[in-house]
Design a protein around this ligand. Structure first.
Ligand SMILES: O=P(O)(O)OC[C@H]1O[C@@H](O)[C@H](O)[C@@H](O)[C@@H]1O
Length: 247
C-alpha cells in the first residue's frame, strides 16, 4: 500500500477533475479547439488585426477554454478576440470542435496518468472516497476508455451539470455536487485541478485543500494556478504519495 503525503492525511474525500488530471485528454481538446477556432478566424477575421493571430494551445487554452463547458469555452475565446458571440456563432464553432474531438479520440485513444492512478489507488487503500468531476460530457467515456472509471465512487460530468442546472467553473457547483455525493463537507475535502477556472472553483467552494496540477502549459503556469486559488502545485500527482518523486 502506498501511503499518502502529509498534505492529504487530514482530507476525508478527494474530487479530481478529469481532462488533464486523470486522463491525458486536455491536449486532445486543445488540438481540436485549435483547428475549429483557426478555421473560424480565417473565415471571419476580427476587425482588429491584433486579434487575428491563431489560437495558442497553451496560453489561449489555459486562459479561456480549459475547465469550461463546450459552449462556455467557445464563447469565452471568441469574446476575447472581439468576435460577436451570437448563440449561432458559438454553437457552430462548438459543433465543429466536437466533430474534431470525437474523430481524434477514435484515432488516438486516451490514457490515464500513471501518477494519478497511483494516488487514486493509495486513497482507495486508505479508505478515502474519490469522485471525478468534469465540465465535459465525454468524461465518463474517457475514464472508461482509460480503464479507471471503477476507481471512483462518484462521477459528475457535463451532462449531469446540464441536467441539474449547475453553473460552470469558476463557480464551484460541480465540485460541491461531487463531494456531496461522497457524503463529505467541502471543508474536509480536496479538489485536484489543472485549469485556472478549476482551482478558482475549488477556492470559491471552500475546499480544505486545492491542489493545482501543472502539466507544463507554460513557464509560469504553476504561479498562475497559485494566484487563482491553488494551495499547492505539483507536476505529477505521484508526488502526493509518500515517497513520490517530485519532478
Ligand atoms: O467534452 P465536452 O463536453 O465538449 O467539453 C469540453 C471541455 O471539457 C473540459 O473538461 C475541458 O477542460 C475543456 O477544455 C473542454 O473544452
Amino acid at each position: 500500500m502506498t501511503p499518502l503525503a502529509p498534505a492529504l492525511r487530514e482530507v476525508r474525500a478527494v474530487v479530481f477533475d478529469t481532462d488533464g488530471v486523470i486522463t491525458d485528454s486536455a491536449k486532445v481538446h486543445a488540438a481540436a479547439w485549435k483547428v475549429a477556432f483557426d478555421d473560424y478566424l480565417r473565415a471571419h477575421p476580427p476587425a482588429d488585426p491584433d486579434q487575428r493571430h491563431p489560437f495558442d494551445v497553451r496560453d489561449d487554452y489555459l486562459r479561456h477554454v480549459d475547465g469550461k463547458s463546450r459552449l462556455d469555452g467557445a464563447a469565452a475565446f471568441l469574446a476575447a478576440r472581439g468576435i460577436d458571440t451570437s448563440e449561432e456563432t458559438v454553437r457552430t464553432v462548438a459543433e465543429a470542435k466536437e466533430r474534431l474531438f470525437t474523430a481524434r479520440l477514435r484515432d488516438q485513444g486516451v490514457d490515464a496518468y500513471p501518477g494519478t492512478v497511483r494516488l487514486v489507488r493509495a486513497l482507495r487503500a486508505a479508505g478515502v472516497p474519490r469522485a471525478a468531476a468534469s465540465a465535459s460530457r465525454h468524461a465518463g467515456e474517457l475514464l472508461s476508455r482509460a480503464g479507471v472509471l471503477d476507481l471512483f465512487d462518484a462521477l459528475v460530468d457535463g451532462g449531469e451539470a446540464a441536467r441539474l442546472g449547475l453553473a460552470g467553473k469558476p463557480q464551484p457547483d460541480l465540485f460541491l455536487e461531487a463531494v456531496d455525493r461522497l457524503g463529505v463537507a467541502a471543508d474536509r475535502a480536496a479538489v485536484v485541478e489543472d485549469a485556472l477556472a478549476g482551482v478558482e472553483a475549488g477556492r470559491r467552494g471552500g475546499f480544505a485543500l486545492v491542489v493545482g496540477v501543472d502539466r507544463a502549459a507554460g513557464p509560469d503556469t504553476g504561479a498562475r494556478l497559485l494566484r487563482h486559488g491553488a494551495d499547492i502545485v505539483v507536476r505529477d500527482l505521484g508526488e502526493l504519495c509518500a515517497g513520490g518523486e517530485p519532478k
